[in-house]
Design a protein around this ligand. Structure first.
Ligand SMILES: NC(=O)c1ccc[n+]([C@@H]2O[C@H](COP(=O)([O-])OP(=O)(O)OC[C@H]3O[C@@H](n4cnc5c(N)ncnc54)[C@H](OP(=O)(O)O)[C@@H]3O)[C@@H](O)[C@H]2O)c1
Length: 245
């Protein structure tokens, strides 16, 4: 997928929400979607980071984005319903949803799993994505074609020792993608997942502190798969688990 090249205006007139848009892969996805013409809704928990991405998007000459400050670990269903109403009022439709924000938690042996941490990981990585998607589906159905991307991981496709609740949450993410994709078969909404693969971000550095980050792909390197799934070249792709590398 790395060789996919998108038309410059592939995403023009599309409204795309990116979670975890303030840093790492989400930040670069937001900048990239905007560079292809999309109006991007930046959702994340650190307002300063979102404002910086906002400024970068404006500076590159892309359509003005919107900011939704929200901590997924504390958000309720009402937050998502209100957000859906605001998107419907301001934009009329939502063409794309990238579920990118995730909480890694501490890695370690199964017997050391901490209940509070497990519940937070499942809330941010699974429950929030499910309830947000449920709230946004009506406004996504207003778009001619809409794309939902869930972010998986290598440990969401094959379990690995010491990856604990983060790995369980990524298996749940793949399951959620498959259930929703099956329901959306032959509709205007398509649903897929991406495993970014090892990518140079804060999260990766936290998981592999001894690794040389310069040896890793950057978020920019893995964007072709994200752009492909957001744009109309993937209209026939539904229920697929893709690898960005
Ligand atoms: N990097 C890799 O090698 C790799 C490999 C496989 C899968 N992934 C997946 O790729 C996605 C992006 O990862 P990344 O490496 O870019 O991570 P990252 O650099 O840690 O960025 C994660 C983003 O999610 C946001 N976020 C975290 N918790 C949140 C919460 N409770 N509410 C709202 N936003 C929250 C963060 O916001 P703040 O900055 O404000 O905290 C940050 O902007 C994740 O789903 C991750 O599991 C990454």
């Amino acid at each position: 997928m790395l060789e996919y090249q998108a038309k410059k205006d592939l995403l023009s007139n599309k409204i795309i929400l990116v979670t975890g848009a303030g840093d790492g892969i989400g930040r670069v996805a937001a900048l990239t979607f905007a560079a292809h013409g999309a109006t991007v809704i930046l959702l994340g928990k650190t307002v300063k980071k979102l404002e910086k991405v906002y400024d970068e998007i404006v500076a590159q000459g892309s359509p003005n984005p919107a900011i939704v400050p929200l901590d997924l670990s504390g958000a309720t269903e009402q937050h998502y319903l209100d957000m859906a109403d605001t998107i419907a009022e301001q934009f009329g439709q939502l063409d794309g949803l990238l579920h990118n924000a995730s909480h890694l938690g501490a890695l370690g042996p199964f017997e050391h799993i901490d209940l509070t941490s497990l519940e937070k990981i499942m809330k941010v990585n699974v429950t929030a994505a499910a309830i947000m998607t449920k709230a946004l589906l009506p406004v996504m159905r207003k778009a001619k074609n809409a794309s939902i991307i869930f972010t998986s991981s290598g440990v969401g496709r094959k379990g690995r020792a010491y990856w604990g609740p983060y790995a369980f949450s990524k298996f749940a993410t793949e399951g959620m993608m498959q259930v929703l994709a099956d329901e959306c078969e032959n509709t205007s909404v398509r649903v897929n997942s991406i495993n970014p693969g090892a990518t140079r971000t804060e999260m990766r550095a936290k998981a592999y502190p001894a690794e040389n980050p310069q040896a890793l792909k950057t978020p920019e390197d893995i964007m072709p798969t994200y752009v492909f799934l957001m744009g109309d070249d993937s209209l026939n792709t539904n229920g697929e688990a893709l690898n960005a590398q």
